[in-house]
Unconditional design. Sequence first.
Length: 422
Amino acid sequence: MMTSPEPKQIKVVFLVFYHEAWDALAGIHALMAADSKFEVTVISIPRRFSLEADFGEESEVSAYFDRHGVKHLRFNFEDSFEGLEKIKELAPDYVFINYPWQRNYQPGYRVEQLSEFTKVCYVPYFSAPLVLERDREGVAPHLYTQRSHQLASLIFTQDKNIQIAYANTSRGNEHVYLTGTPKIDALVNKVSHGDKSWPLANPGNFKMIWAPHHSYSPAWLNFGNFATMFQDMLSFAGVNPTVDVLLRPHPLMFRTLLDREVIPVAVLNEWLEQWNALPNTAIDADDDVALLFGAADLMITDGISFLAEYPLATNKPGIFFENAGHWVLSELGELAASANIRVSNFVEFVAAFSDVQINGLPDFSKQIAALRTVAQPYPGDAAKLIVDVVKNDYLAETPLVDKTLVTEIAWENQPGTEAAWD
């Protein structure tokens, strides 16, 4: 008696250097890894975040996966095209990426190369598109007109306005799916299940996360307030020993501060020494932020993603320390900002903090519900929806992207977009 051959597995590669946002892909990876229909491979690769830097830090990406028990291959080749050939040998049907800016990839791993032989799937590393571009109306072009957007076979978005914006491009938007993001689903799930971790051991202390952004120029986003408040926050922590202040910097913040000479090296080093010497302060850049959210009593941030993530994950408002010169918030960004207590200087922050300590957090349940309606179109189901799209696309045997259909100049190749290095 003849037996039917086993159905061919769908081969999927997760190509990752921005491990700080692995949670945008982790839920998809977990579902695929547990599904016999898929053969899944994770690959860690080098990266850079400025034009002047050399590619590197693959060991940090690999170490992150080791800490989190993610089996992976290490592609730390000096010649990235050697790695590209090895990816071709794996013959993936799909390659998932979570980072759009192609200049941060080694040349062999850029979407131009990958799209020649496989279907690139793009899941944004950020949890919500909260900002408009300066001097532009409508959806920010960098959110849907980069080369990664143009050549991805499948794109998964958190915002219906972005899905609509793709319709006005030469390729249209039939390949763009409104799914929500696994990143927010994971945050909400972990916090709701009571998962928590806090690196400071000061029983009874009030726990506050301080999460500053990395943008310090009107030319790009301009949300960062660290340089205007870091000395004040050091003094605040010093005179409030019953308050734990956990600094959770954007992964690029310290690099940006020094590269752009926002703060002199000697000044920052002295500050870090004093900060690390206090018993109620610490810096955490690596732990699962959901565990910190679960443990914290309050978060203060100047933006951007945490404006949405913290209220959605905890059902509590944070404090938005707002830089008056930041780029305009999108409709979703305004919903996120409105789900937080807004302050514009350190005096206002201290007053807001004192009010929280005396009266507790104010009720922002309506504002958070309004944010959730837009930011989580399918609560808890984003990863499953993405996996289902991939299965259906595979069964449909859709072709690779026809590059001749793309007629626009990619965003990063247009004048004045050097900020793509950020």
